[in-house]
Design a protein around this ligand. Structure first.
Ligand SMILES: Nc1ncnc2c1ncn2[C@@H]1O[C@H](COP(=O)(O)OP(=O)(O)OP(=O)(O)O)[C@@H](O)[C@H]1O
Ligand SMILES: [Mg+2]
Length: 214
């Protein structure tokens, strides 16, 4: 954060210092929190994933949705695959984000089922092959589950640093009928995340042990 010494500088410089302080704090937090989740064992990951499913089922989070957006776990992220399969078993449709082929830095959501043809994207993450009929407009979702690197109890999220979710979700600011839900391991909580004006907060955070309404 900004130190007292910076107050003596002119306005532009103070602003620069604040942004740099935020950036380096976010970078450091990202490294620590990614390390924490990467260090979870395969058993701990599987356990967390099943506890997440049980938590969501017990609280009827997905039952009234027609279509929910998910992600495929990468880098130690909390794995929503059992939850995706639960959705399929209940007739709730699911989608996955793919890197937008035209809008740089944005995501596009494609319908995802057990039969989806998959390919690997530039980050080595599996995503559905982009076919026009499979595109699900953002506004057709009732629930959008996002991965996150860190969160605080106010719903502020820290992602992997690409700004993909922030850019894509910025158009939803006024859509009260769509719920943004961050999924994370409990070890990804921090007291307060430094935020920037482009960051899009979530409405709820769900961990293997808790549901936090923000
Ligand atoms: N709506 C936006 N318009 C333009 N640039 C943006 C927008 N949102 C984020 N960015 C840019 O993206 C970069 C990364 O943003 P940030 O550090 O918040 O990513 P993140 O929240 O960790 O990633 P993600 O959103 O993919 O989870 C920033 O440099 C920021 O300038
Ligand atoms: Mg952000």
């Amino acid at each position: 954060m900004c130190s007292v010494i910076n107050i003596a500088l002119n306005n532009n410089l103070i602003l620069t210092v604040v942004i740099q302080a935020n950036n380096s704090e976010r970078k450091q937090l990202r490294q620590q929190l990614r390390k924490a989740r990467q260090s979870l064992s395969t058993e701990q990951q599987q356990d967390a994933s099943i506890k997440l499913l049980n938590n969501i089922v017990a609280n009827n989070i997905v039952d009234n949705a027609q279509i929910c957006a998910f992600y495929l776990a990468n880098d130690g992220e909390l794995n929503p695959k059992p939850l995706i399969e639960y959705c399929w078993s209940k007739g709730v449709k699911t989608s996955l984000p793919v890197i937008h082929p035209f809008a740089k830095g944005h995501l596009l959501f494609l319908q995802y089922s057990a039969n989806s043809k998959m390919c690997s994207n530039q980050y080595g993450i599996d995503e559905p092959v982009c076919e026009l009929p499979d595109i699900v407009p953002l506004t057709q979702h009732q629930l959008i589950f996002t991965p996150l690197v860190g969160f605080d109890l106010n719903g502020n999220r820290l992602g992997m640093g690409g700004g993909y979710y922030d850019r894509t979700l910025s158009s939803l600011k006024q859509q009260a009928n769509i719920s943004l839900i961050g999924l994370a391991h409990d070890c990804q909580q921090v007291d307060a995340l430094p935020q920037e004006n482009w960051d899009i907060p979530v409405n709820k955070i769900i961990t293997p042990s808790r549901i936090i309404n923000c």
